[in-house]
Design a protein around this ligand. Structure first.
Ligand code: AMP
Ligand code: ZN
Length: 137
């Protein structure tokens, strides 16, 4: 994909601090980290986001995410790790080449969990669950 910044990293047209590579995936440090060691795992082939990713490729990613999470936690002496994936602009996806964020966290790093909202009624909660179940079938 000619104008894709992550495709350019795969092609070595722009620099990145690469920490892992295999035939189909690449992991490199996020240039604007939540904390140092914040890493992005991407497929070498261009897929926009989760919805486009072939199941087989996606399945192969979880053991790599686990391996990276353990290595990053150790390397930067983190207290915990967040795994994140933004899909679509509304969910915060800025780079339209699928990527998983592996983010080292510290007990005192100042980031907070998202504040959850309450359902306005039990009916709405059950209705929402029903809509999801229908969309799955
Ligand atoms: P997202 O909001 O999920 O699309 O996140 C995109 C991430 O890519 C951001 O955290 C950026 O800091 C990161 N990023 C963008 N360009 C580069 C680059 N050239 N090298 C490393 N990370 C990048
Ligand atoms: Zn791309």
């Amino acid at each position: 994909m000619p104008d894709c910044i992550f495709c350019k990293i795969v092609a070595r047209e722009i620099p990145a601090a690469i920490v892992y590579e295999d035939d189909s995936s690449l992991a490199f440090l996020d240039a604007r980290p939540i904390n140092p060691g914040h890493t992005l795992l991407i497929p070498k082939a261009h897929y926009k986001n989760l919805y486009d990713m072939p199941d087989e490729l996606l399945s192969s990613f979880m053991p790599i995410i686990k391996m990276l999470a353990i290595a990053i936690k150790k390397a930067v002496n983190a207290d915990g790790i967040n795994i994140g994936m933004n899909n679509d602009g509304a969910a915060g996806q800025i780079v339209m080449h699928h990527h998983t964020h592996i983010i080292p966290r510290y007990s005192n790093d100042g980031y907070e969990h998202w504040k959850g909202k309450e359902y306005t009624s039990k009916e709405i909660e059950l209705e929402t669950a029903q809509k999801i179940k229908s969309a799955l079938s």
